[in-house]
Ligand binder design. Structure first.
Ligand code: FPP
Length: 254
């Protein structure tokens, strides 16, 4: 750690740090195209940033880091790009598993994991299994993830339980609904970061980001460095969160 890193960490107020940071890692394709490269080069450089941002998030005390790595809509991309992304995920997991273990980080995958190709899925499930006893930062990879699909699967499970008589309709409230989402048991994201300048949610954590603070940066994901993450956390610490209430009558987040 350099002296300047130490100084910046001291500036971040741990009481005002986001517990859960979720990131829409956008702009890989455009970043590569600007350099006259194939889009997949952007994803390869983006994977390097994934490693650095995980390390930095852990270092500055973020409790849950959620990365939007592959959406339900991304299955419509050219097959070569999908294969390249799956290969990068596979290589990441094989190379970084030990680092996750060494840093007490627990990995989870959120999404329709059954759609991930068998070989990559086996490595993913194995990494989730070996890191499951870890008690440090929770790292979520959103894979084949869609916010609408998440809400649908939760609704289907609840409906099945009502139909079988295990649950009363009146027992369905916000807390129970949250329990049936992929993010069950986690705090909602305090801060959602989107790289590459677009002001869109893109089917990410639709239910969970009801009261998230949103930080959009023009920086493309392959250029997003640890200092950018610290800057986003610093901006978050300056925000006044009211959760729909007035300044005087604020409630604590769930
Ligand atoms: C969006 O950029 C990014 C993705 C669809 C993939 C994100 C994947 C990675 C960063 C690497 C693999 C991840 C892990 C977890 C190892 P885009 O291609 O939509 O960019 P564009 O908007 O410029 O076209």
């Amino acid at each position: 750690m350099s002296i300047s890193d130490t100084a910046e960490v001291l500036v971040l107020d741990s009481k005002k740090m986001p517990r859960h940071v979720a990131i829409i890692m956008d702009g890989n394709g455009r970043w590569a195209k600007l350099r006259g490269w194939h889009r997949t080069m952007g994803h390869a450089y983006g994977t390097q940033r994934v490693k650095e941002i995980i390390r930095e998030a852990d270092r500055i005390g973020i409790k849950v880091l959620t990365l939007y790595a592959f959406s339900t809509e991304n299955w419509s991309r050219p097959s070569g790009e999908i294969e390249a992304l799956m290969q990068l995920l596979r290589d990441y997991l094989l190379k970084e598993r030990q680092e996750l273990l060494d840093n007490n980080i627990r990995l989870q995958a959120l999404g329709q994991i059954e759609r991930i190709p068998t070989e990559v899925r086996a490595i993913l499930e194995d990494t989730i299994e070996v890191t499951s006893p870890n008690t440090g930062m929770l790292l979520n990879f959103c894979l084949s993830y869609g916010g609408r699909a998440d809400i649908i699967q939760a609704t289907q499970r609840l409906a099945r339980e009502v139909a079988s008589g295990q649950l009363e309709i009146s027992q369905i409230d916000e807390a129970r609904f949250s329990d049936y989402l992929y993010t069950s048991g986690m705090p909602d994201p305090d801060l959602v970061i989107r790289t590459s300048g677009e002001f869109r949610i893109s089917n990410f954590l639709l239910w969970q980001m009801a009261y998230s603070e949103i930080f959009v940066t023009d920086t493309s994901w392959p250029d997003f460095e640890p200092s950018h993450l610290r800057a986003a956390c610093e901006a978050f610490s300056q925000r006044k969160r009211r959760f729909g209430q007035t300044d005087e009558a604020q409630r604590k987040p769930l």
